[in-house]
Design a protein around this ligand. Structure first.
Ligand SMILES: Cc1cc2nc3c(=O)[nH]c(=O)nc-3n(C[C@H](O)[C@H](O)[C@H](O)COP(=O)(O)O)c2cc1C
Length: 309
């Protein structure tokens, strides 16, 4: 039998990706760290560690705890800062020919705006992913991403500062994630990615102390996948911009769940710590699945969930 030729390409926010598999911010360093392990030219896109205006040391240790089917992290967004990133990391990334997406975060709207303006000058950066799961100091530390008005205001200001494709990365720590997705879509987001980590906590019963120095942390890994799939499905039904699915994707079949739920692409996070080649394996499995099922274009899988009897 002749093999189906497979087209894994997807279009997101004006970018054409060779396949829907991207790396999730904070789990793949600045990309170069994985050069010996992963064929970086095969990835759909590389999303780098969250960048702030100034370098950040993050939180004190312990910053990571293993949990059933996942992990809690309170790294605190440690990073080298946007200036050092441009000076020391971008050159390596740019010669790969793989779209580079920069993830940004700040504590004030102005921080995000300043970061967006800097990224806007860089022709080698394909898009900006905005982490809105960060405390807004002006709102008493409530995250931008938990309030539709705050998320909309932030999106409007960043939109005015850059012509790059904008991906708003949504927080799952909300009651109605579809409302937040609609709010950022209205203000010019080109795509949404979800989910970021779910806030959690673990306690050492002997010492009665929190296991993380920060007390709480972000839960990631397979434990959060059903929540993420549900949220992707809800958001995909609520907006017309593309949705990027994230959360506990460990293998190709997990990735397929997200595509079928309505994601146009996916990101691989915690899996990179377990199997640094997870992204490569996922691309292979997607291709194999399509060949076996006689599906020629991955686009035909997106949102193909069957709900009829
Ligand atoms: C150690 C670690 C660091 C992370 N750093 C960032 C970050 O800098 N910016 C961001 O938007 N998300 C960050 N995330 C969240 C991931 O990108 C992803 O949304 C989340 O972990 C869920 O996906 P997963 O279950 O596949 O890991 C981080 C996650 C982990 C585990």
């Amino acid at each position: 039998m002749e093999k189906t030729t497979t087209d894994l390409s997807v279009r997101i926010a004006g970018m054409t990706l060779r396949n829907p598999v991207m790396t999730a911010s904070g789990t793949f360093g600045y990309g170069g760290e994985f050069r010996e392990l992963v064929d970086l030219k095969r990835l759909g896109a590389i999303i780098v560690k969250g960048l702030s205006l100034d370098p950040s040391h993050g939180n004190p240790p312990p910053r990571i705890v293993e949990t059933p089917c996942g992990m809690l992290n309170a790294i605190g967004l440690e990073n080298i800062g946007i200036k050092a990133f441009r000076a020391t990391r971008l050159k390596f990334l740019q010669q790969l020919g793989t779209p580079i997406i920069v993830n940004i975060y700040g504590q004030r709207e102005e921080d995000y705006v300043a970061l967006a303006k800097i990224v806007d000058e860089e022709s080698d950066i394909s898009a900006i992913e905005v982490n809105i799961s960060c405390p807004n100091v002006k709102a008493g530390g409530i995250a931008f991403g938990v309030d539709p008005t705050a998320a909309a205001d932030l999106t409007r200001r960043i939109r005015a500062a850059t012509s790059k494709p904008l991906i708003l990365k949504l927080s799952p720590n909300v009651t109605d994630i579809a409302a937040i997705a609609r709010a950022v879509e209205q203000e010019g987001a080109d795509a949404v990615s979800l989910i970021n980590t779910i806030t959690g906590m673990a306690i050492d019963v002997e010492t009665r102390r929190p296991k993380l120095a920060n007390i709480t942390g972000g839960l990631s890994g397979p434990a959060i996948r059903p929540v993420a799939v549900r949220m992707v499905w809800q958001v995909a039904g609520a907006v017309s911009i593309p949705v990027i699915g994230i959360g506990g994707i460990m293998n190709g079949r997990d990735a397929l769940e997200f595509l079928i739920a309505g994601a146009s692409a996916i990101q691989v996070g915690t899996a990179n710590f377990v199997n640094p080649r997870a992204t490569m394996d996922i691309i292979d499995v997607l291709q194999g699945f399509m060949q076996k099922q006689g599906i020629s274009r991955v686009k035909d899988l997106i949102g193909s969930l069957r709900l009829d009897g």
